[in-house]
Design a protein around this ligand. Structure first.
Ligand SMILES: NC(=O)c1ccc[n+]([C@@H]2O[C@H](COP(=O)([O-])OP(=O)(O)OC[C@H]3O[C@@H](n4cnc5c(N)ncnc54)[C@H](O)[C@@H]3O)[C@@H](O)[C@H]2O)c1
Length: 267
């Protein structure tokens, strides 16, 4: 198992799903993990997540699409720990519907969280990541959670697909820029296929409400069946790839796309 002792990590959208699994995976390898999400600090869900993560994990209320939230968050991590070695830009939202019926506000919201959020995170965490990266082989690590939908499109998913394509190429732009100017920060993207999380369940439920299928279970069976390994991913299977990219074992990897999709894109 990779060793992340003496590192500090921040995982956005860390209260549930893939983000929580990433936080647990990083903490179990020795990292002190901050999770950031929308719930207020005293919320019961926050306490449960922090106990599950362990290793001195801490919580920040942060809306990734809000610049002031980022300025405050970075100041808090800097005061408490003085360093940041790993940033996982995981927070994301869905937003389905046909293009001609979609409110522009929904389109903008999906871009704001999924795409602007990664830009704001990278901009405001840069100084701490750069400082911490100087004493780690390969430097600090940013992992951006994109999707197979950063490569291929699906009907009624235009806002989401566009946001995931944006984060895929933003990853490469940041990786190249940091390497070119000698900043010790690696930047890579992870592209999950269909993963069993609340986001997926909520998306299926909305499709049932719109009459796309009778039951969410039918849709789940359909996407599992469309995946070569014939099942959805567990959150830990995504978190393992993230932990690897975060570690010095991936010290020569930057600007890469790590696809974790049960063979979906191989067809
Ligand atoms: N579940 C899948 O099948 C799948 C597949 C590919 C990619 N992804 C991506 O993985 C990431 C995590 O997805 P998930 O399925 O675990 O989702 P989820 O909805 O289960 O969890 C997402 C978390 O992000 C938080 N969040 C949402 N908006 C936020 C904001 N503005 N600021 C801070 N936190 C915010 C939510 O409160 C939630 O805790 C997303 O970027 C998603 O697009 C998921």
């Amino acid at each position: 198992m990779t060793n992340l002792a003496n590192t500090v990590a921040l995982v956005t959208g860390g209260l549930r799903g893939i983000g929580l699994a990433c936080a647990e995976g990083l903490a179990s390898r020795g990292a002190k993990v901050w999770i950031a999400d929308l719930k207020p600090e005293g919320d019961a869900e926050v306490g449960e997540a922090l106990s599950a993560i362990g290793n001195g994990a801490a919580y920040l209320r942060l809306d990734v699409a809000d610049e002031q939230s980022w300025i405050d968050a970075v100041a808090r991590i800097s005061d408490a720990d003085g360093r940041l070695d790993i940033l996982v830009n995981n927070a994301g939202i869905d937003g389905t519907g046909r293009i001609q019926d979609m409110d522009f506000s929904l389109w903008r919201k999906v871009q704001a969280v999924n795409s602007d959020g990664a830009f704001l995170a990278t901009k405001h965490c840069y100084a701490l990541l750069e400082k911490s990266g100087k004493d780690r082989k390969g430097g600090s690590s940013i992992v951006n959670i994109s999707s197979i939908m950063g490569f291929v499109a699906f009907p009624e998913s235009s806002a989401y697909v566009a946001s995931k394509g944006a984060i895929r190429l933003f990853t490469k732009a940041a990786a190249l820029e940091f390497a070119t100017y000698g900043a010790p920060i690696r930047v890579n993207s992870v592209h999950p296929g269909f993963v069993q999380t609340p986001l997926l369940d909520e998306g299926f439920n909305r499709m049932v409400e719109r009459g796309v299928a009778e039951k969410a279970e039918d849709l789940k069976a359909q996407v599992a069946g469309s995946t070569p390994v014939n099942r959805l991913a567990d959150v830990e299977e995504i978190a393992n790839a993230v932990a690897f990219l975060a570690s010095t074992e991936a010290s020569y990897m930057t600007g890469s796309e790590v696809v974790v999709d049960g063979g979906y894109l191989a067809r």
